[in-house]
Design a protein around this ligand. Structure first.
Ligand SMILES: Nc1ncnc2c1ncn2[C@@H]1O[C@H](COP(=O)(O)OP(=O)(O)O)[C@@H](O)[C@H]1O
Ligand SMILES: [Mg+2]
Length: 355
């Protein structure tokens, strides 16, 4: 027997809306509800809830409804709230406890942006820098899986304290959603949510905050770059010809908001046979060199396509942390060195040339 509309409603009425003393229904947080043959769709209003609190409401709604007999699946959609308006200049100022910010972008998903962000953060950390890593991809937060970490960060004086692993300070919307089911975020919500999320965190004096941007060069990524004082951007790509167009878009995004591009990282550059050590340039060689030539930004490094890289991310043991002497970890170390050099150069204003 499928759960009835009334049973589902009753469950929602049993969940307290944070900060209001009322239940979700009475507080007007449920904007829409459909129940059809055990499939439940709930539309929630974000209202003024901070992202972390919203995350736990979503998790609670899922948990409560999923445990109801006759419920097969739960879809949660969240509508934008009052906090999701365009940003004002005052909100784009420095972030407490954060030195430099490096934003990692890619024009599309699946190119290994998160893998690169995680290992780059670890490589910078290995240089003795204090590093924060923010997973700003709220559509598909992958940081908890990649770092093998879960659990709820605690709040202190209204700020969220990052979790720590492998020496990094970590924050991800994934920490608040509890499971991996995607949440559908609607309208301008993403921008407001990520901005607030970023500023709600108590970063503990990190030298560099690495941000794994939402995928793509659309509004979500662009607004984020605009709204935080990014020292420089890094574009991750794969080396096919079409990817050059993607790089162009990534670079254009940063330039549109006057953010220096530190360089391009080419991922899945070639296949290195683990047994024989031979290189098979599956996408053709030189893609990255073209980039430097064509766009005037450095190629920071090329990461091979290697099963160990994928596996290390899937098992929560990033390569650079787990096998620091692995040849690819050394590639990341070299990339880390170049990124750090580029950060320092981007920070220092170019010397005036007197004629
Ligand atoms: N160099 C690589 N070699 C092999 N697998 C990789 C490599 N880089 C990423 N992967 C794998 O590819 C998939 C997509 O990577 P991910 O970092 O999640 O991409 P994105 O963040 O761009 O969507 C993951 O399963 C990851 O483990
Ligand atoms: Mg990702």
């Amino acid at each position: 027997m499928s759960a009835s509309f009334e049973e589902v409603r009753a469950r929602l009425a049993g969940i307290r809306a944070p900060g209001s003393g009322k239940n979700l229904l009475a507080a007007g947080m449920v904007q829409g509800l459909e129940v059809s043959e055990g499939q439940v769709s709930v539309r929630l209003a974000r209202g003024q809830l901070p992202p972390a609190v919203l995350g736990s409401v979503i998790a609670q709604v899922r948990r409560e409804l999923a445990s109801l007999e006759g419920v097969r699946g739960v879809d949660v959609q969240v509508e934008a709230g009052a906090g999701d308006r365009p940003v004002s200049a005052a909100e784009s100022g420095p972030i407490a406890g954060v030195g430099d910010i490096v934003a990692v972008a890619s024009a599309k998903g699946g190119v290994g942006k998160s893998t690169v962000a995680v290992n780059l953060a670890l490589a910078l950390s290995a240089r003795g820098l204090r590093i924060g890593l923010l997973d700003a991809d709220i559509y598909g937060p992958s940081l908890p899986t990649m770092m093998g970490i879960s659990g709820r960060p605690r709040a202190e004086d209204g700020k969220i304290v990052p979790l720590e692993k492998y020496g990094l300070q970590l924050m991800s919307m994934g920490f608040f959603l509890e499971d991996k089911s995607p949440v559908i975020w609607r309208g301008p919500l993403v921008m407001g949510l990520v901005r607030q999320f970023l500023r709600d965190v108590r970063w503990g004096d990190v030298d560099v905050l690495v941000i794994d941007l939402p995928p793509g060069t659309g509004d979500a990524a662009l607004t984020l770059v605009q709204q935080v004082p990014v020292t420089g951007g890094v574009v991750v790509t794969t080396p096919q010809d079409v990817a050059l167009l993607d790089v162009e878009r990534g670079i254009a995004m940063f330039r549109e908001v006057d953010t220096p591009v530190l360089g391009v990282i080419e991922n899945m550059s070639f296949y290195e046979c683990p047994e024989c050590g031979t290189r098979d340039e599956i996408f053709g060689s030189g893609g990255g060199a073209h980039i430097a030539e064509r766009f005037g930004v450095p190629l920071l490094g090329q990461i091979p396509l290697l099963p160990a890289i994928g596996e290390s991310g899937d098992t929560g043991k990033p390569l650079v942390a787990d096998e620091p002497d692995h040849p690819v970890s050394r590639v990341f170390a070299a990339i880390g060195a170049r990124v750090w050099g580029a950060i320092e150069a981007a920070r220092t204003p170019a010397p005036k040339i007197l004629v």
